[in-house]
Structure formats: structure tokens, C-alpha cells
Design a protein around this ligand. Structure first.
Ligand code: DGL
Length: 272
């Protein structure tokens, strides 16, 4: 048994997303767990998922899971809030290795932050319609009130690089007005892209409201799981990072490197 655990611990962590937004999670993992090998999968040919049907999102998530399991990952991380919201069970049912997802991570952090028990959640249409954050938060504390808002324009604005732009500020004001009227004290950034808007959103919501970045929360939960299950990589060498995508769109490297905060070597295009 001991040998088995040690062998698995050297395997990479598999992180996946509908596109390159999940690199915000990879970035947090790299900072928190500097010796872990990471394999990232971004479905850049089919992004965005946030406007697709539940059936399609489930089918795509299943294909990605099968691909990553063939690469013998030791742990699967659903970095995409939309897939976590809609396809978490399908991924779990398929996977012999542990599965973590950003919704669980964001929900736990939000519950630990709130004092007023009033939490705002923003995300894509599919995430908000699924009510997955509300379910995850209520499983931890049913007395908390949740105020959700889909912000579909945020993903294209972030991909345009308009992280500190007047158009984004106005869009955010419009989206957040109803949520901010509810006296919340925590706002969950329930989408891979939103951590890049953190500075702008912080300005808008003010110091009383804590922004919950699921990428950071994910990194600490991963560290806990690796330690508890004796899955942390015992080698302290320079880790290997591999990036699989289904297409290399225009400006891919430029945007990807912003999400990741560093250069992206080892990018391979694969077909599912
Ligand atoms: N990755 C998605 C999420 O976190 C955003 C992009 C998309 O719509 O596919 O919800």
C-alpha cells in the first residue's frame, strides 16, 4: 500500500477548464504547491461553456475527464465554475482519483468569511442558473441568504484585456447594483475569469465586502487534500507543467500568460 501511495504522489495534478481561464487556478496552485507537476487541459476550441446546455457541458466534461485519466493524473481539479456547477457528478462517477472543484472551494471560503450571513455570487449564466453555489453554501449553513447575478459580459471583457477599463467598470456597476443593495459582506467570484477583475471590483464594492477568489481557495483545499491523503509529491525538483488545448486561438499566448502570470511553455494541441 505504501509503495502505491508513493507512486501516485509523483503523478501530475490534472486541472481542467473550458478554455484558458482556469490558468488562474493553475497560477494559485503553482504558488502554493511549488513542487507539484501540473497538467492543464483547456477546451479552447469549444469555449465558452457558460452559455451552453447542461447536456453539452456534461458531454464535454466527460471527454476531458477521460483524456486526463489516460494521462494518469493523481487528482482532478475542475477549475471551470460552469463545469463544476453542471457536470461535477458526471466527473466524479468516472474518476477513480479524488475530484475537487472550485464551487466547493469558493463556498467554503465564503461561509467562513461572512458575518452578516448574506453572500453575493456572480458567475456565468449556466453557473447561476444551476444554483450550485447556493446548494453548496446551504449544505454548510442553511441560514445564509444568497443573492446571485449572472454577468455574461465579463468573460469577453476579460478576454479583451479590459481589466481596468471604463466599459468594464460601467458593466460591473450595472450587474452588481441589485446584489450590492442586499447588504452582503462577501462576494464570490464564481468564474475563472473574474479574479482578473479583482482590483476593479474591489474599488466598486468597497472595503466592507470581501471578494472570494475561488482560485486561491482551491489552492489551499488542494494542499490539505494532498497532505491528508499522502499524495503530496515527495520530490523537490523543478516541476513539469504541461498545457493541452483543443485549439490555439489568436492572442492565445498573450492572454494565457496574463492568466498564468508567467510564460507558457509545453503547449500541445490535442483532439478529443
Ligand atoms: N470557465 C468558465 C467558468 O468558470 C468561464 C468561461 C466559459 O463560459 O466557458 O465559468
Amino acid at each position: 500500500m505504501e509503495t502505491l501511495i508513493n507512486t501516485a504522489s509523483r503523478q501530475p495534478i490534472g486541472v481542467f477548464d473550458s478554455g484558458i481561464g482556469g490558468l488562474t487556478v493553475v497560477r494559485a496552485l503553482m504558488e502554493r504547491l511549488p513542487f507539484e507537476n501540473i497538467l492543464y487541459f483547456g477546451d479552447t476550441a469549444r469555449v465558452p461553456y457558460g452559455v451552453k446546455s447542461v447536456e453539452t457541458i456534461n458531454r464535454y466534461a466527460t471527454q476531458i475527464t477521460e483524456f486526463l485519466l489516460r494521462q494518469e493524473v493523481k487528482l482532478l481539479i475542475i477549475a471551470c465554475n460552469t463545469m463544476a456547477a453542471v457536470a461535477h457528478q458526471a466527473v466524479k462517477d468516472l474518476s477513480p482519483v479524488p475530484v475537487l472543484d472550485v464551487i466547493e472551494a469558493g463556498a467554503r471560503t465564503a461561509v467562513s468569511h461572512t458575518r452578516t450571513k448574506r453572500i453575493g455570487v456572480i458567475g456565468t449564466m449556466a453557473t447561476i442558473n444551476s444554483n450550485a453555489y447556493a446548494r453548496a453554501i446551504h449544505a454548510l449553513d442553511p441560514s445564509i441568504r444568497i443573492f446571485s447575478q449572472a454577468c455574461p459580459l465579463f468573460v469577453p471583457l476579460v478576454e479583451e484585456g479590459w481589466w481596468d477599463h471604463e466599459v468594464t467598470r460601467l458593466t460591473a456597476q450595472e450587474y452588481l447594483r441589485p446584489v450590492l443593495a442586499e447588504d452582503i459582506d462577501a462576494l464570490v467570484l464564481g468564474c475563472t475569469h473574474y479574479p482578473l477583475l479583482k482590483a476593479l471590483l474591489k474599488d466598486l464594492v468597497g472595503p466592507q465586502i470581501q471578494l472570494v477568489d475561488s482560485a486561491e481557495a482551491m489552492a489551499s483545499i488542494t494542499a490539505g487534500l494532498l497532505a491528508n491523503q499522502k499524495l503530496a509529491n515527495p520530490d523537490h525538483d523543478i516541476p513539469t507543467y504541461r498545457f493541452y488545448v483543443t485549439d490555439v486561438p489568436l492572442r492565445f499566448r498573450h492572454i494565457g500568460e496574463h492568466f498564468l502570470g508567467r510564460a507558457m511553455p509545453n503547449v500541445q494541441v490535442v483532439k478529443l
